[in-house]
Design a binder for this molecule. Structure first.
Ligand code: 2AM
Length: 518
């Protein structure tokens, strides 16, 4: 028996004997582990579906996983069912779990975000030693991950917060993984993470993201972008349905066509399938679904960060608000009986040409959304001193996750060409794409406005584009107004950094307020 094992206070006496009998009856390799050297490559805490599927995925790739759960009955259930016949090893206490791991020990948690993560960390710290690694694969807030990375570093432990995306299916057969935290952990994790993750061609959709909370931050932005992509598709559907009176079969076919080109993506593919799905009574199910969108908050977190760091991530913001507006269903029903739209606005142009315009408007808006998402990443990197791998991030999203698409390959190429790229919009490929699409994009937004069909994300993307490409904006008037009523001062063109105050009314004096930037 090795010293690690004898030092641990694993189940003792009768309880241990009973446990060993059960293990032997089940033919579980855990028994062998208890008698010899530890064989576990990684432990996984949290046997909900995501956790179970990740374990099975790791097992498929030849890793020995030690499975643990707070409610230990789930460990036995898992070993007797889903994990039967695999090399997965069960543990009924954290001590037992740790004793079964090879060094440096790697313990991954997939538990409810929040205090459960802190509780497990507190219990693990005394059981682990210098250089061991704790990974949080849950949906934690990046600020929590920043704090945990620092706390554990001071104790000699390496903490990693990893975004895991792709749902249950992804976890089982290849998720998108976005690990960030203590960089010293990556060499030991890389073989496991890059084996089990999704692949784009031969390339793994997982790489080291950056320091402390960056993995969870990137996951959060991913979710925000997902909100935006979904809303853009909804706006295309709304225009097809209400401006062009297309039926579900026609709309589904258009989406299928779109999926063969620049818009090739998981979300377009499933939307095509959803549009043509019929229920038992032969009706299109989509048209019976209540138009009130739910949300779990990850899009909102992205929008809050955008406000916090002063980045105009307008499309994700609008997509969150669009869900909020949709959820005011009762109020909208009442308002629809009171408030009128434009009278007699009918589409009179060529339908097929307008469908193509909508496709291009969607593509151009999507480019803006990703450009904004990367602007937020860059600002956060500056704020927190992260060295982010932008091309790698695009590749991490290329496969395995909800926003997977061909388009992310183009983003990867743009950052490969120029890792210090100012903005995706000024990359040659995306500049040309926007230039090609903008005529169609403007026609769609104008038509939508004329017909009273709301297209908040198409519209905000276009407004952003027009703002971003303007060397002069009317913010000179804002500065003048601020100085007028609050003596906040202004700079003159060509003289940044020198602040002036004008006594606009001849009264109120020449005292200026201290400057601030928001
Ligand atoms: P459970 O099976 O014991 O409830 C998803 O909910 C996973 O997170 C489950 O494995 C669940 O364990 C775990 N979990 C949720 N809240 C927890 C808590 N406060 N402490 C420990 N594990 C928790």
């Amino acid at each position: 028996m090795n010293s690690e094992f004898s030092n641990s206070n694993i189940l003792e006496g009768r309880e241990e004997a009973e446990y060993l009998m059960r293990e032997i009856k089940m033919g579980n390799s855990a028994t062998v582990v208890k008698m010899g050297e530890p064989t576990g490559d990684i432990a996984l805490i949290g046997l909900a579906v995501m956790g179970q599927n990740l374990i099975l995925n790791m097992n498929d790739h030849g890793f020995v996983v030690v499975a643990y759960n707070r409610t230990t009955a789930k460990v036995d259930q898992f070993l007797e069912n889903e994990a039967k016949g695999t090399k997965v090893v069960g543990a009924h206490s954290l001590e037992e779990m740790v004793a079964k791991l090879k060094k440096p020990r790697k313990v991954m948690m997939l538990v409810k975000a929040g205090s459960a993560v802190d509780d497990f960390i507190a219990k693990l710290v005394p059981l682990l030693e210098q250089g061991d690694i704790i990974i949080d694969g849950g949906n934690s807030e990046y600020q929590d991950t920043r704090r945990r990375t620092k706390d554990l570093e001071s104790k000699g432990l390496l903490f990693v917060g990893s975004g895991v995306s792709g749902g249950e299916e992804g976890a089982r057969y290849g998720p998108s993984l976005m690990p960030g935290g203590n960089p010293a952990a990556w060499p030991a994790l890389k073989p496991i993470f890059q084996s089990i993750c999704a692949k784009s061609g031969d390339e793994p959709c997982c790489d080291w993201v950056g320091e402390d909370g960056s993995g969870h931050f990137v996951k959060m932005v991913h979710n925000g972008i997902e909100y935006g992509d979904m809303q853009l598709i909804c706006e295309a559907y709304h225009l097809m349905k209400d401006a062009l009176n297309m039926d579900n079969e026609e709309m589904s076919n258009s989406f299928t066509e779109w999926n063969k080109g620049e818009l090739d993506s998981f979300l377009i593919e499933i939307s095509s399938n959803i549009l043509k799905y019929k229920d038992e009574s032969g009706d299109y199910l989509l048209e019976k679904i209540r138009d009130s969108a739910g949300q779990k908050g990850t899009g909102k977190w992205t929008a809050i960060s955008a406000l916090e760091y002063g980045m105009p991530v307008t499309l994700i913001g609008e997509s969150v608000f669009a869900r909020c507006l949709s959820s005011l269903k009762g109020e909208r029903e009442r308002a629809s009986k009171i408030l009128k739209g434009p009278e007699g606005a009918e589409f009179t142009g060529e339908k097929a040409a307008f469908v193509e315009d909508i496709r291009q408007a969607l593509y151009a808006s999507k480019i803006v959304s990703y450009a904004q998402g990367f602007m937020l990443l860059r600002q956060a990197a500056q704020e927190f001193g992260w060295n982010l791998n932008y091309g790698g991030i695009a590749l991490m999203w290329r496969g395995g996750c909800i926003i997977r698409s061909r388009f992310l390959g183009n983003i990867k190429d743009a950052f490969d060409k120029n890792p210090a790229l100012d903005n995706l919009l000024v990359d040659d490929f995306f500049r040309d794409a926007i230039h090609n699409a903008q005529g169609a994009w403007r026609r769609v937004v104008s038509q939508a406005v004329l017909m009273g069909v709301p297209t908040p994300c198409f519209s905000t993307a276009l407004a952003f584009y027009d703002g971003y490409r303007s060397d002069m904006l009317p913010a000179n008037l804002i500065q003048a107004q601020r100085d007028y009523f609050g003596a906040h001062t202004y700079e003159l063109l060509g003289q940044p950094g020198a602040y002036h105050h004008t006594n606009w009314t001849g009264t109120g004096g020449n005292v200026s307020a201290s400057t601030y930037s928001a």
